[in-house]
Design a protein around this ligand. Structure first.
Ligand code: I22
Ligand code: ZN
Length: 194
C-alpha cells in the first residue's frame, strides 16, 4: 500500500461513489430534518450515540446544534451520550458496556426527544439497547447505519442506511448526512442574530 501510487485516487473514487449513492436517501434525510425540527420546536432535544469513529461523529453533530453551524443563532438542545467518561466507566463497570447508552437515556430522555444512533454495522448492542429504551419512553429513533441497518433496522422510526458495507466509507457518508441535516434544521428553524 505504501508504494501504491493509485491509492489516494482509488480511495477518493470509492468515497465519491458512496456519496453519490447516498443521494438515494434524499427522502429519508428530509424526514430526519422534520423529526429533529419537531422535537426542537417542542422544547425537546436531539441525543446522539455511537462507538469509536461514530462516537466522534455523535459528539461532532451534537456540538453543531449546541454551538453554531452556518450562522450565529440561539443554541439548540443536543447532547451525545459518549462524552461523560465517569458515567461511561461507572455504568460499563456496574451494569455492562451494553448498557452505557440505555441507562443514560433512561436518566435524561423524555417523550418527544429524538435519539440518533450511529452504527455502521447497525449491530452495536449498546446502541440497540438505547433504541429499545427509546421505544419504551416515546423517544423517536433515527438509525444511521450501513446497508441493511442490522439489528437497528426494526427499532428505527427512520433508517438512514448508507448503501455500503465498509465502515470507513459509511462513516464518511454519515458525517455528510449529519452536516446536511444540521444545515437544513438551522436554516428552517433559526433566524440569524442581527
Ligand atoms: O472509526 C472506526 C473505523 O473507521 C472505528 O473506531 C469504528 O467506529 C469501531 O470499530 C466501532 O466499534 C464500529 O462499530 P459500529 O459502527 O459497527 O457500530
Ligand atoms: Zn474511523
Amino acid at each position: 500500500m505504501k508504494n501504491d501510487v493509485n491509492f489516494v485516487s482509488d480511495y477518493l473514487d470509492a468515497t465519491i461513489q458512496v456519496l453519490q449513492d447516498t443521494k438515494a436517501l434524499n427522502e429519508q434525510i428530509l424526514s430526519a430534518v422534520d423529526i429533529w425540527k419537531s422535537a426542537l420546536k417542542n422544547g425537546r432535544k436531539v441525543i446522539f450515540c455511537g462507538n469509536g469513529g461514530s462516537a466522534a461523529d455523535a459528539q461532532h453533530l451534537a456540538a453543531e446544534l449546541m454551538g453554531r453551524f452556518l450562522f450565529d443563532r440561539a443554541p439548540m438542545p443536543a447532547l451525545s451520550l459518549t462524552v461523560d467518561t465517569s458515567a461511561l466507566t461507572a455504568i460499563g463497570n456496574d451494569y455492562g458496556y451494553e448498557n452505557v447508552f440505555a441507562r443514560q437515556l433512561r436518566g435524561i430522555g423524555v417523550a418527544g426527544d429524538v435519539i440518533v444512533g450511529l452504527s455502521t454495522s447497525g449491530n452495536s448492542v449498546n446502541v440497540v439497547k438505547a433504541f429499545e429504551v427509546a421505544r419504551e419512553l416515546g423517544i423517536a429513533t433515527i438509525g444511521m447505519t450501513g446497508a441493511g441497518g442490522g439489528a437497528m433496522a426494526p427499532l428505527s422510526d427512520l433508517l438512514l442506511a448508507v448503501p455500503h458495507a465498509q465502515t470507513n466509507y459509511i462513516q464518511e457518508a454519515h458525517i455528510a448526512i449529519g452536516h446536511m441535516i444540521c444545515a437544513m434544521v438551522e436554516v428552517q428553524l433559526c433566524s440569524p442574530k442581527p
